[in-house]
Structure formats: C-alpha cells, structure tokens
Design a binder for this molecule. Structure first.
Ligand code: FAD
Ligand code: EPU
Length: 337
C-alpha cells in the first residue's frame, strides 16, 4: 500500500486537471482495500480508477483510494467458451489485448478504451456496436459500509446505454474489485459493420479478418478520431448521445433533414451529440485553455492549464446552445466531481 498526503491528481486524471487530494492511497490487494475501509469513515473516501471518466472541479478533501489490484484468472472453460476473471486495477486495453493473444473473442471492438477493468461496468462501456454487457457475466464488489463482498449478476447490474445500477440505485455504495467475462474460443463472430471498421480492414489489405484485425482496425479509427489524453487532456465523449421520442425526432428532422439518427426500440431515436454541437458551430470553439475538440465536437479538451471549473463553464455553454437551437438537453457522460 502506498500513501501520500496533499498530493496533486494531475497525472491521475486524463483531463490533466491539477487538483489536490487530502491523501492518495494506492491499494494492491483486497486485503489492503479492506484495511483502508476499516480505518476510514466511509463518507471520507473517493474511489479512483484510471481517472478517464471524471472532471475534477475542486480539491478533494477526502482520502482518494486508487484501486490498483491486478490479476487475471481463468475460472471455467467449456469447449467453446472461457470464463475469465480480471481484477479491478487491470488496465482495460491491456486486458483486451491479453484476451486477443489467447484467441478469445468478444472484446475486440472495445479496444483502446482508457480506464480500468473495475470501472468498465459502471457506465457499461461501449464502442463500435459492442457494449460491456454483451460479454459480462458478473462482478464482485465490496459494500463500503458493511465490508461484505457482494456478487452482482448481469441482470442485477441493470445495464443500459452508458448506465448501470452503480450510477443510480447503489451509487457510491460499492467498490468493484473484479469482473468475470464470457469469451468465445472458437468460431469467432466478427462485428465489422459499425462505423468504418470494414473500410479500415480493407485499407490494411486484409481479406479474411480475425479478431486481432478487428481490434487493429478499431485502434486505427480511434487514433484518427479521438485526441490522445497524453497529448491533449480529455475524458472522451463529454456528453451522452441524447435519446428523443419519434415525435420529437419528426420535428427535428423537419428543420434539419440531414440529422444522423439511430432507431432505439420502436419509439425512440438516438441523435449523435457530436453532430448537434458541430451543427451549432461550436466545433473548435475555445475559452482560454478549455475547448471543444476541432475534429470531434463531443470531446471537450484541456489545452494545458484549464481548471475543472473552466471545462465545466464550457460544458454549460454547450448545453445552453444545444437547448436553444434544438430543444434537446445534453446530459454529461463524464462524472463531475
Ligand atoms: P475513473 O475515471 O477512475 O472513475 C469513474 C467513476 O467510477 C468515478 O466516479 C469513480 O469514483 C468510480 N470508480 C472508479 N473505480 C471504481 C471501482 N473499482 N468501484 C466503484 N467505483 C469506481 N467510454 C466508453 O464507454 N466508450 C468509449 O469509447 C470511450 N472512449 C474514451 C476515449 C478517451 C480518449 C477517454 C479519455 C475516455 C473514453 N471513455 C469511453 C470513458 C472511459 O474510458 C470509461 O468510462 C472508463 O470505463 C473509465 O474508467 P476509469 O477507470 O478511468 O474510471
Ligand atoms: N459527428 C459530427 N461532428 C462531430 C462529431 C461527430 O457530425 O464533430 C457525427 C459523425 O459524423 C457521425 C456521428 O456524429 O455521424 C457519430 O460520431 P462518432 O461515430 O464519432 O461517434 P459518437 O457518437 O460521437 C460514440 C460514443 C463513443 C464511442 C463511439 C464509437 C457516446 C457518448 N460516445 O461517439 O464513446 O467510442 O461512438 O462507438 O456514446 C466515450 O464514451 O467516451 C466515447 C468516446
């Protein structure tokens, strides 16, 4: 266990926001985590994974517990499937690469998403037509108050688009310590129709793609589209893509016939927030060091010295403009602290 006091969190969040933590405690095992929980009043704890889905707007006058518990283990195998458990502190992308090296299929479309395995169920991470829930079996989490280990099945997690029980009913009450995935060992089913995956595979000159080719294609597309947090602070999509009713969509389409849209169920339509922000003329807009990314309007960026408040001010401006122009309320995807 590593403990440091009055520590800057700049290198612990991908926005690169320079705020301080009362203390930063890095835990490498469940035993260390339990020790910390026993010694700290539960309201005085703040949980940190890879820091890639948070906007820190002020110093954290709490004990920041950095979950750094590593380990990957096969817990069951059948002829066609493997059930693999990864501990919460494993880096998500490294874990995906590990599964692909074993020729286990399922997570390839989720390549290069930053953050840790333990955080992946919280917003049911998703990209390129796949969501975590498609391969999730269960997770273990520690109840911060009782210190009991609780097992959550996929159904109990109540997964939805960028949402789960950990974002509403039991928010802040559990620390996820491990996740179990069900992955395919044979006859991989490739999902290449989403976005430019097929095109990227063709560009690479591949005729019979496998799961690693799909991963490479996704990596290539993501590197072209999204800013690398090591070069430009950001937290990925700042807002969720809004879902509106088909009636609201008909009105929107009358005014903006070219609006991209995806039907969700029978009576809802998802609209890309990046398109709305772009259409509102805010792509590349900048207020000091806080900006709307010049290539992907859904990503807010820190050009260097922006504070969390600066980014939040910009986010509110974006929300205001979108409401005014399209009568659509954008909801943040990023956790604002
Ligand atoms: P953190 O930012 O550390 O934490 C997020 C929240 O979870 C915080 O409230 C924290 O307190 C809490 N938390 C952290 N760990 C635990 C735990 N073990 N138990 C309980 N609570 C915990 N997301 C997508 O879904 N799809 C994408 O394509 C995608 N692309 C991205 C691209 C970029 C460039 C970036 C920067 C981000 C992107 N994201 C994407 C968002 C982000 O990668 C995911 O949300 C990721 O799962 C966050 O993981 P983390 O460990 O960094 O979480
Ligand atoms: N668009 C614009 N202008 C922009 C940005 C996008 O017109 O500046 C349009 C695109 O042309 C396209 C549509 O919006 O028609 C969608 O854009 P894109 O394919 O880039 O995807 P997105 O909706 O912006 C979502 C996720 C991403 C995920 C990608 C790929 C959300 C909030 N975001 O982005 O997740 O990687 O799809 O599946 O659902 C994240 O959650 O942090 C994240 C990056």
């Amino acid at each position: 266990m590593k403990i440091s006091r009055n520590t800057s969190l700049k290198s612990y969040n991908t926005f690169g926001i320079d705020v301080k933590a009362k203390s930063l405690i890095s835990v490498n095992s469940i035993d260390e985590l339990i020790t910390v929980l026993k010694n700290n009043y539960y309201k005085d704890l703040f949980i940190l994974g890879g820091g890639s889905n948070m906007l820190l707007t002020k110093d954290i006058d709490m004990n920041v517990v950095h979950i750094d518990i590593k380990g990957i283990e096969v817990i069951r195998e059948t002829e066609d499937f493997v059930f693999v458990k990864a501990n919460a502190g494993e880096n998500w992308h490294q874990f995906v690469l590990y599964t692909l090296e074993q020729n286990w299929g399922g997570l390839e479309n989720l390549s290069l998403i930053p953050g840790n395995v333990g955080t992946s169920p919280i917003q049911n991470i998703g990209a390129y037509g796949v969501e975590l829930k498609d391969h999730f079996v269960s997770c273990n989490a520690i109840d911060i108050q009782s210190l009991e280990v609780v097992h959550f099945t996929a159904e109990e997690c109540e997964f939805e688009y960028r949402n789960s029980i950990f974002k509403h009913k039991v928010k802040g009450k559990f620390i996820i310590t491990s996740v179990v995935f069900k992955l395919k060992k044979t006859n991989h089913k490739l999902l290449t129709n989403y976005g430019a995956i097929n095109e990227a595979i063709m560009d690479m000159g591949i005729i019979n793609p496998g799961i690693r080719d799909v991963s490479n294609a996704v990596i290539k597309i993501r590197q072209q589209k999204l800013p690398d947090p090591k070069e430009l602070g950001n937290s990925g999509s700042f807002f969720k893509n809004p879902v509106i009713t088909t009636q609201e969509f008909e009105v929107l389409k009358m005014n903006f016939p070219e609006v991209p849209n995806y039907l969700v169920g029978n009576d809802s339509v998802k609209i890309p927030a990046g398109w709305l922000i772009d259409k509102a003329g805010l792509k590349g807009y900048r207020e000091g060091d806080a900006g709307v990314h010049k290539n992907q309007a859904l990503v807010l960026v820190n050009y260097g010295e922006a504070t969390g408040e600066d980014i939040l001010h910009l986010a509110k401006k974006v929300q205001g403009e979108i409401l005014k122009k399209f009568q659509i309320k954008l909801e943040p995807e990023v956790n604002i602290i």
